[in-house]
Design a protein around this ligand. Structure first.
Ligand code: PMP
Length: 378
């Protein structure tokens, strides 16, 4: 009897596939991506959607990056430069460091993966906060590592508690500074006291994805610690440069660390257009200042209105704010979606009555407050 190719595939699916999968992968809760905006719009019959869910730049992508991409589309037949020569040179010059201090990643997400692959040996541990960027945990587990998650103190990383968890098995400590999703930060004094007391076999990763939005004087610049301690600084083009969709992040560290991280990445991990765009827009002060201005203005507007409405918020130094809506955040998120606004619920962090809202344009912030008032009947 003839068995078509498709039915052969169907019958093989009866085999117990689960036995094929590594145990550390089976344990991971899959990442739940949201539906595409267009699909939500279609399903709910909405004319317009305001997305305040992923801490993106409300002004759009940096125009210099867009222009450079348009001008270089005809070179896509060539492989990209596997070493990001020009991009490294541009960033190094601007930050007054050397090219061998920098490694690029397909978003800083990939940098996390490269760090863990390069440094975390069998039976060694990662420490981070319980309420922070989830990729530290996911990537550790994917790489069969173990992770200790330390509770927050007043919505901030508790570095004293983290230090107490360090043993001779600890290899990496991830600190998001500013922290996502709380928007709080570790100040210079606290960070320096912490670094002084870290054993030499431990690497501290300072994830500065939101650095460009920070508006406080006592914020520590991770680059000042590269030579004194085992520190790796992570940064990204996804937020302030408005290039989330392009995927470009980087790490800065001592050459001996970078040299080994380079071995753990794919040979052409940074696509051609990302390299071109990154070189064109890095440190574009006009765009960065415009972005910071709109975020700071938006923050003042939102704080003022939260106070008026009587909503508790966590003061943030980033481009998003965690707010306590005193009811189930997931239900609230779904209701808000019906008004055409996407925010982020915090259930996965155990912050059931909170939502995180990204600061948008003035018009988007106004609409958000209008809907918030309506929903809370204020
Ligand atoms: N670190 C933090 C703290 C983040 O919030 C994010 C993105 N949400 C990232 C890193 C990853 O950014 P990307 O991969 O887009 O560079």
């Amino acid at each position: 009897m003839y068995i078509s190719k498709s039915s052969r595939i169907l019958s093989s699916s009866r085999i117990k596939f689960m036995n094929l999968v590594k145990e550390n992968i089976l344990k991971i809760k899959p990442y739940q991506p949201g539906k595409p905006i267009e699909e939500v719009q279609r399903e709910l019959g909405l004319k317009k959607i305001i997305k305040l869910a992923s801490n993106e730049n409300p002004l759009g992508p940096c125009p210099k990056a867009v222009r450079a991409i348009k001008d270089n589309l005809n070179s896509l037949n060539r492989y990209p430069d596997g070493n990001c020569f020009y991009l490294k040179r541009k960033v190094a010059k601007s930050l007054k460091i050397n090219s061998n201090n920098i490694i690029f990643g397909n978003g800083s997400d990939e940098i996390i993966d490269i760090i863990i692959k390069t440094f975390l040996k069998k039976d060694e541990l990662v420490i981070t906060s319980r309420v922070t960027f989830l990729e530290y945990k996911i990537v550790t587990l994917v790489n069969a590592g173990k992770i200790i998650e330390v509770p927050l103190r007043n919505f901030s990383y508790d570095l004293d508690a983290i230090r107490k968890k360090i043993t001779n098995k600890t290899k990496l400590i991830f600190i998001a500074n500013p922290n996502n999703p709380t928007g709080r930060y570790v100040n210079k004094k606290i960070l320096e006291d912490f670094l002084k007391n870290i054993p030499r076999n431990v690497i501290v990763v300072l994830d500065e994805a939101y650095l460009e939005f920070v508006d406080v004087k006592d914020f520590p610049n991770g680059l000042n610690y590269l030579n004194k301690y085992n520190v790796i600084v992570m940064r990204t083009f996804s937020k302030a440069y408005g290039l989330s969709g392009l995927r470009l992040g980087y790490a800065i560290a001592r050459p001996d660390l970078v040299k080994n991280m380079e071995k753990a990445r794919q040979p052409f991990n940074i696509n051609y257009l990302a390299q071109i765009a990154g070189s064109a827009c890095f440190n574009d002060k006009v765009f960065l200042n415009k972005t910071k201005k709109i975020i700071l203005e938006g923050k003042i507007f939102l704080y003022k209105n939260f106070k008026k409405i009587g909503i508790k918020y966590i003061p943030s130094v980033a481009n998003f704010i965690l707010i306590n809506i005193k009811e189930d955040g997931l239900i609230f998120f779904e209701k808000m979606l019906k008004y055409g606004i996407i925010v982020r619920d915090m259930k996965q962090y155990g912050l059931n009555n909170y939502i995180r809202v990204t600061i948008g344009t003035n018009r988007e912030n106004k609409k958000f407050i209008e809907v918030l008032k309506k929903m809370l009947k204020r």
